[in-house]
Design a protein around this ligand. Sequence first.
Ligand code: NAD
Length: 290
Amino acid sequence: MNIGFIGLGNMGLPMAKNLAAAGHQVSGYDPAGTTAEGVAVAASAQAAATGADVVITMLPNGKIAQSVADQALPVMEKGTVLLDCSTIDVAAARSIARRAEDRGISFLDAPVSGGVGGAEAGTLTFMVGGAAESFAALSPLFDIMGRTAVHCGGAGNGQAAKICNNMILGITMIGTCEAFALADKLGLDRQAMFDVVSTSSGYSWTMNAYCPAPGIGPQSPADNGYAPGFAADLMLKDLRLSQQAAQDVDADTPMGAAATELYKIFVEQEDGSGRDFSAMLPRFEGRSRS
Ligand code: NAD
């Protein structure tokens, strides 16, 4: 396929590289001038999108994704697909879908889970909203960039799945970290805490696979001085998207709201920015109840 790839950052660059390595013609654009082996450099977003069967975008937020879509859609041909893998708000995704549909272009919102490691290894999980036929047509590309792709329904549902997943993740990480900090103060050995919880009803991905306590459980960012991994800043971004969506549809998400507030304080007023989101554990350790 001829693929236009717009947004060659930490995630987009390795994804584009994997598509090129699998034999696709990839033309990439990023204003920062990043480029990768096998990826032809396009001079603009329009240049990358011109003549493409599929245009993939991997961008920081909904505002930028909408503006890039407005540049790409006019030069894309009818029957082609715009695949946005960025994490953006549901409303922005649905708005791009409507504009694409008006031009006879199919839009899929396909945010990912798995981080930079998953992008490099080609093991991402895609959660995809949009037409089932387009989802099926692009499955060879999902297979190259990822290990799992789930069709979640109509436009915006991929983003809905992503923010619900990450709201659970943020809430669970905070719960795991505050429980470790409490266990410390109660004199419970961390290894014993892990051995019990990871095999009891408190188990979770944040405890079992991404333990925030250094030296406990499988290797995680805690074992690397809390270098991300998944930065607290990105967790805050996703939690904010969850709260924006909750407001839009009048959903009651008190735990999501509390997690958003805690990550906001951590990132904006404390030392959380640039650290992994599991660095909530040293944060709680350094605090007392009052
Ligand atoms: P990044 O900041 O490294 O990359 C974004 C790229 O977009 C940058 O290279 C930037 O130059 C480019 N860009 C900005 N404005 C542009 C424009 N107008 N036209 C073209 N390109 C433009 O971010 P990232 O870590 O690659 O994340 C990309 C998306 O993936 C985000 O939505 C993020 O939330 C999501 N995501 C990231 C991770 C992760 O672990 N990094 C995991 C899952 C999802």
